[in-house]
Design a protein around this ligand. Structure first.
Ligand code: 2HA
Ligand code: ZN
Length: 271
């Protein structure tokens, strides 16, 4: 057997969690990541017939049955993932019944998947419908994005437009815009369903006054989406209380999107 701690997916997960922690996006147990391991032969690392525990999901994830996910643990700190992966991470396989998860590795201290696992799996299902190569769902609490939630209308057209105006690259990186949910109780199937509904059209979803969800093909792509939103939100927060004398116009945003050939939300511009 190969050492799973040296696998590419594990190293990516550990490095990303540390990176996000150091950026201040994942205080205490804030944030969670799930990684669909469909591109890896897990039998090189694990005895796939050995199920450590069966953990109920609390909803039907049948479309994902048999799929394996590397996921952060409930109540666990991103700060500790890299130094103690076996307690802070787990690999689960969605059971044949579609409503349970089979623990194959990790959560050594009796832990379980993040409380946001319903939102993650529902988001994976929604994104896979759009893009069969989607692998990552990531949630965190980036500081400036969250700050912006308190001073900017929580309207997805207006929010996206403000972000697009803050850095030239924004409309190219997230031409599909940012979906916005109002404040909702987290950890529930309801917020999971609402997130997944937004994920049908957006790869980024703001949870009002809580944080952000991102989805993508790779860890880098997903991280980069959130990083770009956060950078734009930082510029917004640094400038919003000052008189603005320059801006990127809608004509210029359109010019950018057309030049880079991205399919953008035309209805989010007024030209
Ligand atoms: O897992 O961020 O939304 C901790 C959270 C809950
Ligand atoms: Zn959160």
């Amino acid at each position: 057997m190969k050492n799973i701690l040296e696998s590419r997916f594990m190293v990516e997960m550990m490095k990303t969690a540390s990176n996000m922690y150091r950026l201040g996006w994942d205080e205490r147990n804030g944030g969670n990541i799930s990684y669909l391991l469909a591109d890896y032969d897990l039998s090189l690392y694990l005895d796939l017939s050995k199920v450590e525990r069966v953990i109920p999901l609390g909803f039907d994830a049948s479309p994902l049955k048999g799929q394996c996910f590397l996921v952060t643990g409930s109540g666990k700190y991103f700060k500790n993932v890299e130094t103690d992966p076996e307690n802070n991470l787990g690999i689960v396989r969605i059971g044949e019944d579609g409503v349970s998860a089979e623990l194959l590795w990790g959560f050594k201290d009796g832990g379980r998947m993040t409380s946001e696992f319903p939102a993650h799996l529902m988001s994976h299902m929604a994104r896979l419908e759009k893009d069969e190569e989607n692998r990552i769902v990531m949630h965190c609490h980036p500081t400036y994005t969250l700050a912006m939630n308190y001073v900017h209308p929580l309207d997805e057209k207006e929010f996206t437009h403000s972000l697009w105006q803050m850095c030239t690259e924004c409309i190219v990186v997230f031409p599909d815009g940012v979906g916005v949910l109002p404040w909702m109780l987290c950890g529930t199937n309801e917020i999971g369903e609402a997130t997944a509904e937004k994920m049908k059209t957006f790869r980024l979803v703001i949870w009002g006054m809580h944080g952000i969800y991102g989805a993508g093909k790779t860890m880098d792509e997903t991280f980069g989406l959130i990083e770009t939103v956060e950078k734009a939100a930082e510029i917004y927060m640094l400038t919003s209380s000052l008189p603005r004398i320059n801006t990127i116009s809608d004509d210029q945003l359109k010019e950018l999107a057309e030049y880079f050939g991205v399919k953008y939300r035309k209805d989010f511009l007024s030209c």
